[in-house]
Write a protein that binds this ligand. Sequence first.
Ligand SMILES: [Zn+2]
Length: 553
Amino acid sequence: MRRPPSAVCTLLVSLLLACGRKADLVITGGMVWTGLSTGRGQPGVVAVADGKILAVGDSAEIARYVGAKTEILRAEGGLVMPGFADGHTHFVDGGFQLASVDLRDAATPEEFIRRLKDYAAERIPGEWITGGDWDHERWPGAPLPQRDWIDSVTPNNPVFVNRLDGHMALANTAAIRAAGVTRNTATPAGGEIARDPSTGEPLGIFKDQAMGLISQAAPPPTPEQRDAALARALAHAASLGVTATANMSASWADLASYRRMRQAGRMTLRVAVYLPLDQWRAVAESVSRSGQGDDWVRIGGVKGYVDGSAGSRTAYFFEPFSDSAGYAGLMQHSEAELRTWIGGADSAGLQVAVHAIGDRANALILAIYDSVARAHGARDRRFRVEHAQHLRPQEIPRFGALRVVPSMQPYHAIDDGRWLLKRIGPVRIRTTYAFRSLIDADAPLAFGSDWTVAPLDPVLGVYAAVTRRTLDGRNPRGWVPEQKITVGEALRAYTYGNAWAVFMEQKWGALAAGRYADIVVLDRDLFALPPDSLDGAKVRYTIVGGKVVYRKP
Ligand SMILES: [Zn+2]
C-alpha cells in the first residue's frame, strides 16, 4: 500500500534543504540584539538568504552557511538589530520637505523672513511655496508670524508655510487672494483664523480645519513630482536605518505613488498606509476589491483626528491652558461624527488610528474605542491612539487593559518639553509623554517620529526616550525624569512594538529565523554608550528584504 508523504518526511526534506543552503549575506563582528527581549545584545552572527533571516548564532554555528558567494558584512563592534520601524510619519510629505524651504531652526523672525526671501528668489513666479516647518516657540517672546512680515519678500509667489506640528500655517497675501478668502469668510468648525480685531481681515495664520481654505487653492503635485518626493524620502529613511513605517494621513495619490514604486521594484522600506478616517467607506471598498496589498505596500487602515496640538493651543484638555485663561482647546470633529466613522470603519474590518493630544481628547477616544469594541464583539482590532501625549493618570492603565496602541514620538518630549510647563502647568506635565507609566501598565507602546514634525532619525528618538533632555539644555537630568525608559525598552517600541501595531509581528520586528531580513547595523552598541552620547550613533548598513539599501560612505 502506498502512503502519502508523512509530516516527518516533509520536515526531513526541508531540514536537508536548509542544511545545504548557503547564505547570501552574513553579518559578523557585532553585538546582536534580536528584539525578542529588552536586555542588551550579545556577540553573534546573522545569516540571511532569499530575503529572510536564515539563522542567528555564534560564528561556529553560522560557518556552515558561508559559501563562495556569501557576502560578509563586518559590524566592527556595532549593534546589529532589527530595522527601525517608524510608527507615525507623513512620509511622502517628508520627501517634499527635503526639497523645500527649511524654516525649522530659524531662531528669530528675521531669520524666518530671510530664508523665505532667499528661497522665493529662486522660484518661478506663481509657484506655491509650502512646507517650511517653522517654530515660533524658538523666537524671543514667541510671536505668531503674520502675512505682512513676508509680503514684500514674496511678491510673486503664493506662500502657505506650516508650523512644524502641521496644525497651523502662515499664508501671504498672494495665497489668501488666490484662495478667495476675505474678512467676510466664515471660520470653519474645528478651525481658527487669526484676524485683525478691528477690521476682521485675516492676518495670515490659519489653524486646523481652517487651513483647508488656503491649501485647496494650491495646485496638487503631479504624479512625477510625488514619485520624486517618495524616492527622496526612501533614500533618507535608508540612511537612517528605517526599514518600515506607517504613513499617517496619506492621500490616495500617495498610495498610488507607493504602488508605482512597488511595481518598479524600488521600495526600500515596508509601508502601512493610513487613509483619512472620514473616507472609511471608500477604503473598505478598495480593500474588498483589490486587497490590502503585500508586505511592501499595504493599506494599514484609516486615520482620524480628535483635536489639534499643544504648540498651536488647539489640543483638547479638561482644564484650560495655563497661559490662556478659560481656553481648553478644540475638537476637529464632533463626538457623534467620530463615533459614526470609527464604528463604520471597525465594522468593515479596518484598523482605526486616531490623533489625540490633550487629556480630554485621549479620554474621549478611549471611551469611543471601548464602546465600539463592546458593541461589535471580540476581535483582534488593535485600535491606535496617535500621540497619546497628555494623559490623566486614570487613562494610562486603559491602554493596557484595552490593548490600544499608544503610538508616541519621543523626540516631541524633548522638543515640547522646552515650553510645556508654561502651557499646561506642573501637574499635567507629570503624565505627559508618560513612557514609563505606559510600559508599566503593559500598554503595547509603539514609537515613531511624526516626520516631518520631528526629524526622522530613530536614534534621536531613542536618545530622547532614555534621557528626556530637552533641546534647550535646561533639563540635563531629564524633563519629568520619572518617565525615562531604558535603551532596550525604547528599541523594542521602535521594532516589535511597531510590527505589532500594524499586524506584522510574525514577519518582521525581530531577528529570528524565517522573518524578513530587515536589519540595521549601527556603528556603536547603544547598550554600551553613556545615555548622553546615544545620539551620536550612526548607521553603518541598512538591509531590507536581504538587500543592502544603505552603506555608510
Ligand atoms: Zn502626524
